[in-house]
Design a binder for this molecule. Structure first.
Ligand code: ADP
Ligand code: MG
Ligand code: MG
Length: 205
């Protein structure tokens, strides 16, 4: 049985930090169209701080991930900082030691539900939840196949959900100030959330 350990988890965050850095200009450009042009720089600043954490300083995976969440809250800023921070804090709180596919699924569910509660958002509001919620459903459907296949299904569903934000009218966050004019643009947070799942699928399991 494959389980998720601290080394894999650190590799996941390092890979996510690299993906955010590579895509920072894209994320900021998407945010320029329906927000305030800072999502790439916000996330890059936060993930650079996360990548500087040393997993060896933490007793276990949950303690490391709690620090990841707190670091994101204190460094990313904007709407997305508290939301990504909440994702990791709740994820950490629900992650069993040596998590198998079901255990990782429970953590994922806690993280996604935490984002929905914190942002008072639901699917269709044109937010990161439009990538995260379908990813969670796809993960649950494939959980019997193991960590890696379930995460691959989750990442593919996140990408589909991200693409489906384009025609939506934003009902939460800064983009909602634009009303109908927010339609026709891909949501920046759904784009970064898809990178998170894609990194997980490359490193966990
Ligand atoms: P800000 O809008 O404060 O500048 P960012 O640009 O870093 O923050 O993040 C914007 C992203 O945050 C949006 O694209 C959206 O996906 C996400 N977001 C904003 N508000 C919410 C919310 N209430 N619930 C979930 N996600 C949200
Ligand atoms: Mg912004
Ligand atoms: Mg901002």
């Amino acid at each position: 049985m494959t389980t998720v350990d601290l080394a894999q988890t650190q590799a996941w965050l390092a890979d996510f930090a690299a993906a955010i850095h590579e895509n920072a200009a894209l994320l900021t450009d998407l945010d320029r169209q329906i927000g305030d042009a800072d999502h790439g720089s916000n996330m890059d600043r936060g993930l650079t701080a996360v990548a500087a954490l040393n997993a060896d300083d933490f007793a276990d995976t949950a303690a490391y991930l709690k620090k990841v969440g707190m670091t994101l809250v204190s460094t990313v800023g904007g709407a997305s900082g508290p939301l990504y921070g909440t994702f990791f804090l709740r994820f950490a709180g629900a992650l069993p030691a040596a998590a198998d596919a079901a255990g990782l699924g429970a953590a994922l569910r806690a993280g996604v539900e935490g984002v929905a509660a914190r942002g008072r958002a639901e699917e269709g509001d044109k937010t990161m939840l439009d990538a995260l919620a379908p990813a969670l459903r796809a993960y649950d459907e494939a959980v019997g196949e193991g960590v890696r296949p379930a995460l691959e299904a989750a990442a593919a569903a996140a990408a589909t959900g991200r693409d489906a934000t384009v025609p939506l009218v934003a009902r939460k966050g800064r983009a909602s100030y634009l009303g109908e004019r927010s339609a026709g643009h891909q949501d920046p947070g759904a784009t970064s959330a898809t990178l998170l799942l894609e990194s997980a699928a490359r490193n966990l399991g």
